[in-house]
Design a protein around this ligand. Structure first.
Ligand code: GSH
Length: 225
């Protein structure tokens, strides 16, 4: 299997972490998004959307990080994606919730416009309005994550067993580190983040991401407050 990825990519990191933690042998192919390698014909033929991650397993070419995690978990019969249909339905629910709700506001309206020049809005007014929208939406989603999904007793998003939703979500929530964002107002989220960071391969998988985040420390960003 080949995984086309970028080590800082929010949606590549969960797959790399899941593979590392579960001893899944995958050949990683680095696609340098910074130099536009994803726009070169060779890669665009494999993924016309010109994005990472992309998993190639024999004759299967699979995009969408959520679908890739589910495929790998099924292929290797991981307990992180139990066969019980009700448990699986809840995992799917959280992954969709993260992807279509939380990530839109937190990633695309708050974090990315501040760190990627191509996400900056054309006027200051439009830019500030996007960030204000992102702050408001993110706070709503984080409260739901803190109170409803994790709650005061769970170690993970859906109880005390890690699932692929945790791998998926941790990639998205920790992009807050790129704008030096604190989650202190959300103690259950802090506990969950700290549990995920205890995974054996966390540091190794996130080394480059952590370097990127460290470079942004102390800079002025619109955060959650
Ligand atoms: N919905 C896709 C999103 C993929 C995505 O946004 N990938 C980013 C990296 S995090 C990318 O390749 N960006 C390059 C670009 O769009 O130009 C997934 O979950 O896999």
């Amino acid at each position: 299997m080949k995984l086309y990825m970028h080590p800082v990519s929010t949606v590549s990191r969960p797959i790399r972490l899941f593979c590392a933690e579960n001893n899944i042998a995958v050949e990683e192919v680095f696609i340098d998004l910074m130099t536009g390698a994803h726009h070169q014909e060779e890669f665009a033929r494999l993924n016309p959307s010109r994005q990472v991650p992309l998993l190639v397993d024999g004759d299967l070419s699979l995009t969408e990080s959520s679908a890739i995690l589910k495929y790998l978990a099924e292929k290797f019969q991981s307990p992180a994606y139990p066969a019980d249909i009700k448990k699986r339905a809840k995992i799917n629910e959280v992954m969709d919730w993260l992807n279509t709700g939380f990530y839109r506001d937190f990633g695309y309206n708050l974090v990315y416009p501040q760190i990627f020049p191509n996400h900056k809005r054309r006027s200051d007014e439009a830019h500030d309005a996007t960030l204000a929208w992102g702050q408001q939406g993110s706070k709503k989603w984080l409260q739901v994550l803190n109170d409803h999904y994790i709650g005061p007793n769970n170690a993970y998003l859906l109880g005390n067993d890690i699932t692929i939703a945790d791998y998926f979500g941790i990639g998205m929530v920790t992009i807050g580190e790129l704008i030096d964002c604190s989650f202190n107002e959300y103690p259950n989220i802090c506990r969950w983040i700290s549990n995920m960071k205890k995974l054996k391969h966390w540091d190794e998988v996130n080394e480059i991401f952590n370097g990127f985040a460290a470079g942004n420390k102390g800079k002025a960003f619109a955060k959650l407050a």
